[in-house]
Design a binder for this molecule. Structure first.
Ligand code: NAP
Length: 249
């Protein structure tokens, strides 16, 4: 095995304070990576990183508001002073601000686009250069099935998630010659804080569209992220993996 392959890989997971991102961070740490846990609040990413360390893994935390390109650029400068390169980037941080279009405020549109989509542009631009120079890397964008199907009441969110898919496919082509793969995961309905606040009627309707007849677990997404971060997925790029119990076929 080359020296490069035995070095501890550095992973950065956004939205690692809770839900899907936290479980992805734990999973990559179990895979032997040093994980930089990013979230908006210092306490949530700090707790996530502490829990990884208590379980014998390597982690650190950084509070960054990913809706701000300026904050992301500053964070990346700091990270790249300490680490030569980030090997695995998981763009997971996301929010919803649902409403029908005629009732949607411009702020609700902009907040969702900035947090879910523009953040990916800023992280990849800052972290992708050393990654491509090193000629090994994994970029995983957490999109959504609604980025493939659309959803009434979620025009802002669906546009951001569809945008992440276009970004994924374009950058897969740009970075392929450098052995940096870029893939997206499109989760269906996963049991997290984001979905727990929905009313029971909406949950019932959502469940009726899932052939496997259960909501997804955060681990279902983390397993896919772990595979896409590994050596095992080296011949896969530009793909969107739906992990949704069969909702979208
Ligand atoms: P969640 O439980 O609401 O957690 C969201 C995470 O994102 C939190 O750690 C939060 O930070 C972070 N975050 C939000 N805004 C941020 C900002 N401006 N700057 C930095 N961090 C920010 O969400 P989830 O359900 O795990 O969803 C994770 C991703 O999967 C999202 O992109 C979501 O769109 C996508 N997804 C989820 C589902 C689902 O059913 N749950 C389905 C499809 C796609 P704090 O901890 O500091 O608040």
């Amino acid at each position: 095995m080359s020296e490069e392959n035995t070095k501890t890989k550095i992973a950065l997971v956004t939205g690692a304070g809770r839900g899907i991102g936290k479980t992805i961070a734990e999973s990559l740490a179990r895979d032997g990576m040093h994980v930089i846990c990013v979230s908006k609040s210092a306490s949530s990413c700090g707790t996530a990183a502490d829990s990884i360390k208590e379980n014998g893994g390597k982690a650190e935390s950084l509070a960054v508001d990913v809706s701000s390109g300026e904050e992301i650029r500053k964070a990346c400068e700091k990270i790249l002073e300490e680490h030569e390169c980030v090997d695995v980037l998981v763009n997971n941080a996301g929010i919803t601000r649902d409403n029908l279009l005629f009732r949607m405020e411009e702020d609700d549109w902009m907040d969702v686009i900035n947090t879910n989509l523009n953040s990916c542009f800023h992280w990849i631009k800052a972290i992708g250069r050393p990654m491509t120079r090193k000629r090994w890397g994994r970029i995983i964008n957490i999109s959504s099935v609604v980025g493939l199907t659309g959803n009434a009441g979620q025009a802002n969110y669906a546009a951001a998630k569809a945008g992440m898919i276009g970004l994924t496919k374009s950058l897969a082509r740009e970075f392929a010659a450098r052995s940096v793969t870029v893939n997206a995961i499109a989760p269906g309905f996963i049991d997290t804080d984001m979905t727990s606040s929905l009313d029971d009627r909406i949950k019932e309707v959502a469940l009726s569209t899932v052939p496997l007849k259960r909501f997804g677990k955060v681990e279902d997404i983390a397993e896919m992220a772990s595979f896409l971060s590994s050596e095992k997925s080296s011949y896969i790029t530009g793909q969107v993996f739906t992990v949704d119990g069969g909702m979208v076929m």
